[in-house]
Write a protein of this length. Structure first.
Length: 378
Protein backbone atom coordinates (compact mmCIF):
# COMPACT_ATOMS: atom_id res chain seq x y z
CA UNK A 1 0.00 0.00 0.00
CA UNK A 2 1.47 3.32 -1.05
CA UNK A 3 -0.07 6.74 -1.68
CA UNK A 4 0.38 10.49 -1.30
CA UNK A 5 -2.39 12.93 -0.39
CA UNK A 6 -3.23 16.52 0.57
CA UNK A 7 -2.59 16.69 4.30
CA UNK A 8 -5.38 19.13 5.27
CA UNK A 9 -8.06 17.15 3.35
CA UNK A 10 -6.85 13.98 5.05
CA UNK A 11 -6.89 15.56 8.53
CA UNK A 12 -10.45 16.89 7.99
CA UNK A 13 -11.65 13.32 7.58
CA UNK A 14 -9.49 11.71 10.29
CA UNK A 15 -10.87 14.28 12.76
CA UNK A 16 -14.36 12.95 11.99
CA UNK A 17 -13.34 9.32 12.28
CA UNK A 18 -11.39 9.95 15.50
CA UNK A 19 -14.71 10.66 17.28
CA UNK A 20 -15.56 6.96 17.17
CA UNK A 21 -12.22 5.79 18.57
CA UNK A 22 -11.76 5.26 22.31
CA UNK A 23 -8.58 4.51 24.19
CA UNK A 24 -10.71 2.57 26.72
CA UNK A 25 -11.73 -0.53 24.78
CA UNK A 26 -11.57 -4.25 25.48
CA UNK A 27 -10.68 -4.87 21.80
CA UNK A 28 -7.12 -3.52 21.35
CA UNK A 29 -7.33 -3.14 17.54
CA UNK A 30 -10.21 -0.65 17.99
CA UNK A 31 -7.74 1.88 19.41
CA UNK A 32 -6.51 2.04 15.82
CA UNK A 33 -7.67 3.78 12.67
CA UNK A 34 -8.16 1.61 9.61
CA UNK A 35 -7.00 2.84 6.20
CA UNK A 36 -8.37 0.98 3.19
CA UNK A 37 -7.00 2.07 -0.19
CA UNK A 38 -8.80 0.97 -3.37
CA UNK A 39 -8.50 2.14 -6.98
CA UNK A 40 -11.27 4.74 -6.52
CA UNK A 41 -10.06 6.26 -3.24
CA UNK A 42 -9.22 5.93 0.44
CA UNK A 43 -11.68 4.83 3.14
CA UNK A 44 -10.79 5.70 6.75
CA UNK A 45 -12.62 3.86 9.58
CA UNK A 46 -12.87 4.24 13.34
CA UNK A 47 -15.07 2.30 15.77
CA UNK A 48 -15.70 1.74 19.47
CA UNK A 49 -18.34 -1.02 19.08
CA UNK A 50 -21.18 1.43 19.87
CA UNK A 51 -20.49 3.80 16.99
CA UNK A 52 -18.47 3.41 13.80
CA UNK A 53 -17.53 6.19 11.39
CA UNK A 54 -16.14 5.86 7.89
CA UNK A 55 -14.94 8.71 5.70
CA UNK A 56 -14.18 8.36 2.00
CA UNK A 57 -11.60 10.45 0.12
CA UNK A 58 -12.20 10.13 -3.61
CA UNK A 59 -9.36 9.74 -6.07
CA UNK A 60 -11.46 11.57 -8.69
CA UNK A 61 -11.65 14.81 -6.68
CA UNK A 62 -8.55 16.77 -7.74
CA UNK A 63 -8.61 18.85 -4.53
CA UNK A 64 -7.65 15.74 -2.54
CA UNK A 65 -4.43 15.38 -4.55
CA UNK A 66 -4.62 11.63 -3.95
CA UNK A 67 -1.98 9.73 -5.94
CA UNK A 68 -2.26 5.93 -5.61
CA UNK A 69 0.80 3.78 -6.29
CA UNK A 70 -0.46 0.51 -4.79
CA UNK A 71 -3.68 -0.45 -2.99
CA UNK A 72 -3.99 -2.23 0.36
CA UNK A 73 -5.05 -1.70 3.97
CA UNK A 74 -3.53 -1.14 7.42
CA UNK A 75 -4.62 -0.27 10.97
CA UNK A 76 -2.53 2.43 12.64
CA UNK A 77 -2.55 3.62 16.29
CA UNK A 78 -5.09 6.43 16.00
CA UNK A 79 -3.81 8.80 18.67
CA UNK A 80 -0.20 8.90 17.45
CA UNK A 81 -1.03 8.70 13.77
CA UNK A 82 -3.44 11.63 13.80
CA UNK A 83 -1.05 13.82 15.82
CA UNK A 84 1.84 12.97 13.50
CA UNK A 85 -0.14 13.92 10.37
CA UNK A 86 -1.33 17.20 11.94
CA UNK A 87 2.25 18.24 12.74
CA UNK A 88 3.95 17.27 9.48
CA UNK A 89 5.70 20.19 7.75
CA UNK A 90 4.48 19.82 4.14
CA UNK A 91 1.13 20.39 2.39
CA UNK A 92 1.17 16.75 1.22
CA UNK A 93 2.51 13.56 2.76
CA UNK A 94 3.41 10.07 1.56
CA UNK A 95 2.42 6.84 3.30
CA UNK A 96 3.86 3.41 2.51
CA UNK A 97 3.27 0.09 4.27
CA UNK A 98 6.51 -1.90 4.53
CA UNK A 99 7.20 -5.43 5.80
CA UNK A 100 5.55 -6.64 9.04
CA UNK A 101 2.93 -3.84 8.88
CA UNK A 102 5.54 -1.18 9.56
CA UNK A 103 4.35 2.07 8.01
CA UNK A 104 6.59 4.83 6.65
CA UNK A 105 5.20 8.39 6.66
CA UNK A 106 7.23 11.12 4.96
CA UNK A 107 6.62 14.82 4.38
CA UNK A 108 9.27 17.44 3.60
CA UNK A 109 12.20 16.81 5.90
CA UNK A 110 10.20 14.57 8.31
CA UNK A 111 10.13 10.81 8.29
CA UNK A 112 8.22 8.59 10.75
CA UNK A 113 8.01 4.83 10.96
CA UNK A 114 5.16 3.47 13.09
CA UNK A 115 4.00 -0.06 13.83
CA UNK A 116 0.67 -0.99 12.27
CA UNK A 117 -1.68 -3.95 12.65
CA UNK A 118 -3.10 -6.37 10.10
CA UNK A 119 -6.38 -4.87 8.77
CA UNK A 120 -7.85 -8.38 8.32
CA UNK A 121 -8.25 -8.55 12.10
CA UNK A 122 -10.34 -5.35 12.23
CA UNK A 123 -14.04 -6.06 13.01
CA UNK A 124 -16.44 -5.82 10.07
CA UNK A 125 -18.77 -2.83 9.92
CA UNK A 126 -22.49 -3.43 10.53
CA UNK A 127 -24.63 -4.11 7.49
CA UNK A 128 -27.46 -1.60 7.06
CA UNK A 129 -29.76 -1.66 4.06
CA UNK A 130 -29.85 1.76 2.40
CA UNK A 131 -33.07 1.08 0.47
CA UNK A 132 -35.56 2.92 2.71
CA UNK A 133 -33.67 6.10 3.48
CA UNK A 134 -35.18 9.05 5.30
CA UNK A 135 -33.82 12.48 4.39
CA UNK A 136 -33.62 15.41 6.83
CA UNK A 137 -32.47 19.00 6.30
CA UNK A 138 -29.32 19.16 8.43
CA UNK A 139 -30.28 22.25 10.43
CA UNK A 140 -33.68 20.75 11.33
CA UNK A 141 -32.16 17.41 12.34
CA UNK A 142 -29.55 19.13 14.53
CA UNK A 143 -32.33 21.21 16.13
CA UNK A 144 -34.41 18.11 16.96
CA UNK A 145 -31.40 16.36 18.51
CA UNK A 146 -30.32 19.46 20.46
CA UNK A 147 -33.82 19.95 21.87
CA UNK A 148 -34.29 16.36 23.05
CA UNK A 149 -30.87 14.89 23.89
CA UNK A 150 -30.59 17.21 26.91
CA UNK A 151 -33.19 15.07 28.72
CA UNK A 152 -31.55 11.64 28.30
CA UNK A 153 -30.52 9.83 31.46
CA UNK A 154 -26.87 9.45 32.43
CA UNK A 155 -27.70 6.46 34.67
CA UNK A 156 -27.03 3.05 33.14
CA UNK A 157 -29.54 1.38 35.51
CA UNK A 158 -32.28 1.94 32.89
CA UNK A 159 -30.41 1.73 29.58
CA UNK A 160 -33.36 2.71 27.34
CA UNK A 161 -33.53 6.10 29.06
CA UNK A 162 -29.95 6.87 27.98
CA UNK A 163 -31.29 7.18 24.43
CA UNK A 164 -33.71 9.28 22.40
CA UNK A 165 -36.84 7.50 21.17
CA UNK A 166 -37.58 8.15 17.49
CA UNK A 167 -41.11 7.17 16.42
CA UNK A 168 -41.70 7.53 12.68
CA UNK A 169 -45.06 6.98 10.98
CA UNK A 170 -47.48 8.72 8.61
CA UNK A 171 -47.87 11.57 11.12
CA UNK A 172 -44.15 12.37 10.88
CA UNK A 173 -41.34 12.01 13.42
CA UNK A 174 -41.79 12.24 17.18
CA UNK A 175 -38.53 12.45 19.10
CA UNK A 176 -38.67 12.10 22.89
CA UNK A 177 -36.21 11.73 25.77
CA UNK A 178 -36.68 11.52 29.53
CA UNK A 179 -34.56 10.73 32.58
CA UNK A 180 -37.75 10.44 34.73
CA UNK A 181 -37.12 13.93 36.22
CA UNK A 182 -37.64 15.85 32.98
CA UNK A 183 -38.84 15.19 29.47
CA UNK A 184 -38.29 16.75 26.04
CA UNK A 185 -40.48 16.01 23.03
CA UNK A 186 -40.23 17.39 19.51
CA UNK A 187 -42.38 16.61 16.47
CA UNK A 188 -41.60 17.36 12.83
CA UNK A 189 -43.21 16.53 9.49
CA UNK A 190 -41.33 14.01 7.39
CA UNK A 191 -42.49 11.61 4.70
CA UNK A 192 -42.00 7.90 5.34
CA UNK A 193 -43.58 4.83 3.74
CA UNK A 194 -42.47 2.68 6.66
CA UNK A 195 -43.13 2.85 10.41
CA UNK A 196 -40.21 2.77 12.83
CA UNK A 197 -39.77 2.86 16.60
CA UNK A 198 -36.12 3.03 17.61
CA UNK A 199 -33.98 4.21 20.52
CA UNK A 200 -30.70 5.88 19.56
CA UNK A 201 -28.10 6.37 22.34
CA UNK A 202 -27.83 10.02 23.37
CA UNK A 203 -24.02 9.84 23.20
CA UNK A 204 -24.21 8.70 19.56
CA UNK A 205 -26.48 11.59 18.62
CA UNK A 206 -24.23 14.11 20.36
CA UNK A 207 -21.16 12.82 18.47
CA UNK A 208 -23.15 12.75 15.24
CA UNK A 209 -24.13 16.42 15.42
CA UNK A 210 -20.51 17.34 16.20
CA UNK A 211 -19.39 15.42 13.12
CA UNK A 212 -21.76 17.15 10.69
CA UNK A 213 -20.11 20.27 9.29
CA UNK A 214 -22.09 23.45 8.59
CA UNK A 215 -21.65 22.95 4.86
CA UNK A 216 -23.75 19.74 4.88
CA UNK A 217 -27.27 20.52 3.61
CA UNK A 218 -29.02 17.20 4.27
CA UNK A 219 -28.51 13.97 6.12
CA UNK A 220 -29.81 10.53 5.18
CA UNK A 221 -30.90 7.95 7.76
CA UNK A 222 -31.16 4.18 7.18
CA UNK A 223 -32.46 1.78 9.82
CA UNK A 224 -31.85 -1.94 10.37
CA UNK A 225 -32.82 -4.25 13.21
CA UNK A 226 -30.13 -3.13 15.65
CA UNK A 227 -28.23 -0.38 13.82
CA UNK A 228 -28.91 3.03 12.34
CA UNK A 229 -26.76 4.60 9.62
CA UNK A 230 -26.49 8.33 8.95
CA UNK A 231 -24.78 9.29 5.71
CA UNK A 232 -23.68 12.75 4.56
CA UNK A 233 -20.86 14.28 2.57
CA UNK A 234 -18.73 11.11 2.06
CA UNK A 235 -19.12 10.23 5.75
CA UNK A 236 -21.04 7.22 7.10
CA UNK A 237 -21.93 7.23 10.79
CA UNK A 238 -23.18 3.94 12.26
CA UNK A 239 -24.69 3.61 15.74
CA UNK A 240 -26.06 0.62 17.57
CA UNK A 241 -29.67 0.90 18.74
CA UNK A 242 -30.71 0.33 22.35
CA UNK A 243 -32.75 -2.80 23.11
CA UNK A 244 -35.95 -2.53 25.07
CA UNK A 245 -39.28 -0.80 25.10
CA UNK A 246 -39.37 2.94 25.64
CA UNK A 247 -41.94 4.05 28.26
CA UNK A 248 -45.17 5.60 26.97
CA UNK A 249 -44.50 9.23 27.71
CA UNK A 250 -47.61 10.86 26.21
CA UNK A 251 -49.59 10.28 29.38
CA UNK A 252 -46.97 12.18 31.41
CA UNK A 253 -47.67 15.47 29.60
CA UNK A 254 -50.58 17.28 31.29
CA UNK A 255 -53.36 18.51 29.00
CA UNK A 256 -54.85 21.08 31.42
CA UNK A 257 -53.33 23.75 33.61
CA UNK A 258 -54.39 26.03 36.45
CA UNK A 259 -51.72 28.71 36.01
CA UNK A 260 -49.96 30.03 32.91
CA UNK A 261 -47.06 32.42 32.45
CA UNK A 262 -45.55 33.67 29.21
CA UNK A 263 -41.96 34.95 29.11
CA UNK A 264 -39.21 35.90 26.76
CA UNK A 265 -36.96 32.84 27.07
CA UNK A 266 -33.68 34.77 27.21
CA UNK A 267 -34.97 37.09 29.97
CA UNK A 268 -36.17 34.17 32.07
CA UNK A 269 -32.92 32.28 31.46
CA UNK A 270 -30.90 35.23 32.79
CA UNK A 271 -33.08 35.36 35.94
CA UNK A 272 -32.76 31.61 36.55
CA UNK A 273 -28.99 31.78 36.08
CA UNK A 274 -28.78 34.51 38.75
CA UNK A 275 -31.00 32.58 41.18
CA UNK A 276 -29.00 29.39 40.67
CA UNK A 277 -25.73 31.09 41.63
CA UNK A 278 -26.66 30.49 45.25
CA UNK A 279 -28.68 27.28 44.84
CA UNK A 280 -25.59 25.58 43.42
CA UNK A 281 -23.84 26.19 46.73
CA UNK A 282 -26.65 24.39 48.54
CA UNK A 283 -26.81 20.62 48.85
CA UNK A 284 -30.25 20.24 47.28
CA UNK A 285 -29.83 22.75 44.37
CA UNK A 286 -33.43 23.99 44.28
CA UNK A 287 -35.03 27.33 43.46
CA UNK A 288 -38.62 28.38 44.17
CA UNK A 289 -41.10 30.22 41.96
CA UNK A 290 -43.90 32.07 43.76
CA UNK A 291 -46.84 33.27 41.65
CA UNK A 292 -49.38 35.77 43.02
CA UNK A 293 -52.04 35.84 40.32
CA UNK A 294 -54.18 38.62 41.79
CA UNK A 295 -51.18 40.92 42.26
CA UNK A 296 -49.79 39.93 38.85
CA UNK A 297 -46.46 39.03 40.47
CA UNK A 298 -44.01 36.19 39.87
CA UNK A 299 -40.92 35.97 42.06
CA UNK A 300 -37.94 33.65 41.96
CA UNK A 301 -36.15 32.67 45.18
CA UNK A 302 -32.83 30.92 45.66
CA UNK A 303 -30.89 30.29 48.82
CA UNK A 304 -27.89 28.60 50.31
CA UNK A 305 -27.66 28.36 54.11
CA UNK A 306 -23.89 28.83 53.80
CA UNK A 307 -23.93 31.87 51.50
CA UNK A 308 -27.24 33.73 51.57
CA UNK A 309 -30.44 34.28 49.61
CA UNK A 310 -31.57 35.80 46.33
CA UNK A 311 -34.97 37.14 45.37
CA UNK A 312 -35.91 38.44 41.93
CA UNK A 313 -39.22 39.76 40.57
CA UNK A 314 -39.68 38.23 37.12
CA UNK A 315 -40.44 40.23 34.00
CA UNK A 316 -43.21 38.27 32.23
CA UNK A 317 -45.49 39.00 29.28
CA UNK A 318 -48.69 37.50 30.64
CA UNK A 319 -49.97 35.76 33.77
CA UNK A 320 -53.31 34.01 34.30
CA UNK A 321 -54.75 31.46 36.69
CA UNK A 322 -54.24 30.64 40.36
CA UNK A 323 -51.59 31.40 43.00
CA UNK A 324 -48.77 28.87 43.15
CA UNK A 325 -45.53 28.06 44.93
CA UNK A 326 -43.36 25.50 43.17
CA UNK A 327 -39.75 24.37 43.63
CA UNK A 328 -37.51 22.73 41.02
CA UNK A 329 -33.95 22.08 39.88
CA UNK A 330 -32.77 25.26 38.09
CA UNK A 331 -30.37 23.32 35.83
CA UNK A 332 -33.29 21.51 34.21
CA UNK A 333 -35.03 24.80 33.45
CA UNK A 334 -31.82 26.36 32.12
CA UNK A 335 -31.29 23.42 29.74
CA UNK A 336 -34.91 23.66 28.59
CA UNK A 337 -34.73 27.41 27.97
CA UNK A 338 -31.44 27.16 26.06
CA UNK A 339 -32.99 24.56 23.77
CA UNK A 340 -35.40 27.17 22.37
CA UNK A 341 -32.46 29.09 20.95
CA UNK A 342 -32.13 32.86 21.22
CA UNK A 343 -35.06 35.02 22.24
CA UNK A 344 -38.36 33.11 21.97
CA UNK A 345 -41.73 33.73 23.62
CA UNK A 346 -42.47 30.69 25.76
CA UNK A 347 -45.42 29.56 27.84
CA UNK A 348 -45.01 27.84 31.21
CA UNK A 349 -48.10 25.88 32.33
CA UNK A 350 -48.62 24.58 35.87
CA UNK A 351 -51.27 22.29 37.40
CA UNK A 352 -50.09 22.17 41.03
CA UNK A 353 -47.02 22.43 43.24
CA UNK A 354 -46.36 18.68 43.01
CA UNK A 355 -47.22 17.99 39.36
CA UNK A 356 -44.80 18.37 36.43
CA UNK A 357 -44.99 21.66 34.55
CA UNK A 358 -44.47 22.28 30.85
CA UNK A 359 -42.56 24.84 28.80
CA UNK A 360 -43.56 25.37 25.17
CA UNK A 361 -42.78 27.94 22.47
CA UNK A 362 -45.89 30.09 21.96
CA UNK A 363 -45.60 29.82 18.16
CA UNK A 364 -45.06 26.03 18.03
CA UNK A 365 -46.98 24.71 21.04
CA UNK A 366 -48.14 21.46 19.46
CA UNK A 367 -44.74 20.33 18.22
CA UNK A 368 -42.31 21.06 21.04
CA UNK A 369 -42.67 20.60 24.78
CA UNK A 370 -40.26 20.42 27.71
CA UNK A 371 -41.53 18.99 30.99
CA UNK A 372 -39.94 19.30 34.44
CA UNK A 373 -40.87 17.47 37.63
CA UNK A 374 -40.93 19.75 40.70
CA UNK A 375 -39.07 19.05 43.95
CA UNK A 376 -41.01 18.51 47.17
CA UNK A 377 -39.52 20.89 49.74
CA UNK A 378 -41.82 20.30 52.72
Amino acid sequence: MKFSIDRSKFVNQTNNVQRAISSKTTIPILTGMKLDLAENGLTITGSNSDISITAFISQEDADNDLVIESTGSIVLPAKFFNEIIKKLPGDNFNLEVLDNNQTLITSGVSEFTINGLDANNYPHLPEVEAADQLTFPTDLFKEVVGQTVIAVSTQESRPVLTGVNFVINQDGLTSVATDSHRLAQRKIDITSDEEYNLIIPGKSLTELTRTISDSVKEIKMSISENQVLFSFDNVMFYSRLLDGRYPETDRLIPEDSSTKLTFDSSNLLASVERASLLSHESRNNVIKLVIKAEDKKATLFGNSPEVGTVEEALDFNNLEGEDLEISFNPDYLKDALRSFGGSTEIEMSFTSALHPFTIRPVENKDNFVQLITPVRTF
